[in-house]
Each structure stands twice: as structure tokens, then as C-alpha cells.
Design a protein around this ligand. Sequence first.
Ligand code: GDP
Length: 175
Amino acid sequence: MKEHLLKILIIGDGNVGKSSFVCRYVSGQFSRTYKMTVGVDFSVKTLHWSDKEKVRVQLWDVAGQERFISMTRVYYKGAMGCVLMFDVTNSSSFLKCRQWKQDLDSKAMLPNGSSIPCILLANKSDLSDWAVPADGIESFCKANGFFTWMATSVKDNKNIDEAMRKLVEEILSSQ
Ligand code: GDP
């Protein structure tokens, strides 16, 4: 049995749903008031990837330090993949994604020097008042080096496992 340990970061503005995403993914729950303590924290989930492979996903949440945007190198060190999340009803959280991606690419890279695989998640897609059009997300995604984007709803458990599966696939194929 081959075991992969993957450090995956989750970044994005405050209140977009990052902690809820981690909680949903790791424990299958959605909690309206769930909030991690301030400071970098991580959660682990084991995936039985194939007959021969096990993947241990280590999810690092910025947990309340988003206001700094510029995260410390310790946070980025050894990261192999990244989830960048915004809230579809909050255009400013979308506009900030450019800075988040730049900070990521300036501080984290794969051992071979290329940028780490990053998926862009448009969260709270269950809400009707989208402030960001899908074609705008699509072109931003292409122009800024994300391998793909997906609309998610942590509340409705939509595309959470699917998004993480895509990211893990991308990471394993880039190794
Ligand atoms: P963080 O600051 O990015 O970690 O965001 P939180 O996980 O604390 O979530 C902020 C708020 O958004 C909380 O009240 C969550 O319950 C809510 N929330 C998270 N995901 C969703 C979602 O997909 N849909 C809706 N409607 N609310 C969500």
C-alpha cells in the first residue's frame, strides 16, 4: 500500500466558508456557527484512493488570519495543493482572489519549481443573489492559472467531495 501525505491549503477572505468547508469535508457536518480558534490549524482526512493507494489529506485553514492576506512562509511551506475560496454573493471576496493567488505563487512552489495546483471555489452557490457572473469566474480562472473552478455550497453539501477529489487527482498527476 502506497501512502501519500498531501498538505493542502485553504485560503480566501474571511466569512466565505473556509472553516465550514473543512468541517464538512472532514466530518460531514455543516454548522452555522462553526469557527476555529485563531491561528493556523489543520485537519486530516484519509481517502482510500485505490487498491494500492491511500491518501492522507492535511487541510490547513488560515483560520482568522485572512486580514493579513500575506500569509507567512511557514504556512505555505511544503504545500502541494490549494483551495482558493470566495463567496458568490460578495464581489469583494472575488476581487481579492487575484491577490491571494499572487501571494500563493510567490511563496509556494512544487519541488520542480512550478506553481502548486490550485482550484477556485465559488461558495454559497445555494444563495440566489450571485454578485459574480459565471463567465467572469471562468475567464478569471483561465487568466490566473487555476486548473479549474467549481460552484460549491457547503450548506447543501454540493461539490465538496468532488472539488477535493479533483484537486487530489491534479496533485497526484503533477508529481
Ligand atoms: P470562514 O471565515 O471563511 O472560515 O467562513 P465560515 O466557515 O466561518 O463561514 C462564514 C459564514 O458563512 C457562516 O455563517 C457559515 O454558516 C456560512 N456559510 C458557509 N458556507 C455556506 C454556504 O455554502 N451557503 C450558505 N448559505 N452559507 C454558508
